[in-house]
Design a binder for this molecule. Sequence first.
Ligand SMILES: [Zn+2]
Length: 322
Amino acid sequence: MPRKIRYHFNVHSLSIEKVRTTFRDRLKKLLSIVAMGAVFSAAVMLVAYNFFDSPKEKQLRREVEQYKLEYEILNSRLDNVQAVLKDVENRDDNIYRVIFEAEPIPNEVRNAGIGGADRYEKLKGYDNSDLIIETTQKMDKISRKLYVQSKSFDEVFKMAKSKEKLMLNLPAILPLPKNKGQIISGFGLRFHPILKYRRMHTGIDIAAPKGTPIYATGDGVIAKSGRESGYGLTCIINHGFGYQTLYGHMSSIRVREGQKVKRGEVIGYVGSTGLSKAPHVHYEVILNGNKVNPVFFFYNDLSPDEYENVIDKANEENQCLS
Ligand SMILES: [Zn+2]
């Protein structure tokens, strides 16, 4: 291909001269073309990168969406865990701790915060930071609460151990074989069958055939074994921890004062001695000198239905057997 020859007018010599293109000129031209090409392709790539994803990016984007979804699911599962934990906490405060007469765990302790404010700093600055921080916070809260809860159970366990003796000593069963006796009259104002007027009935009457065995309702020491005005042949057991039980109108007594007895041990037999209308045991629970309703001390050997039945029977206002 023949070289294009170019001319230019020289204003100094006032003549037309051939233009001489040096290597340097040609290099310059080439470089400028390359530079323009580079700028143009950079512009194209910039547009492409901003508006179109590469396959790799598309895949990453899909993955991020997937992680986001997983985080959301995790988050709602954590909500469930929190609800279960709340239930355990309530049970701990309102049942276990009540049984052992311990104070509930203060809310400040249960909800104590964790770590410093910048604990979640490294999770900030991403598109899904809020979700990730929320989930992490929830997780931290749950771990903290679980820790408090497990410590609390350790404490409850210790209390249970030390109260083991109390549990053995507390009156906790019916004083008669379960299906032998029938609760005739409960605690409260009742019509006295012999005195013929309403007065406080300080125990419950369980009717049973004469000679039916009477049980000690908790471990203890016999404090009284003999005749008591109105109650006839009577037995009183000292259970410690402020508790006593009294069994009246017995036909005979099998234990002597000072003797140690175990829960369920036979201490005597049903009779109708003293001010009594028919064979029955008059049973009392005395706490720190006050007579309290014995139906609250039958929990050991009754099913929930039976227990409800006993409460109903004991609440009927009728005539007692004394
Ligand atoms: Zn009675």
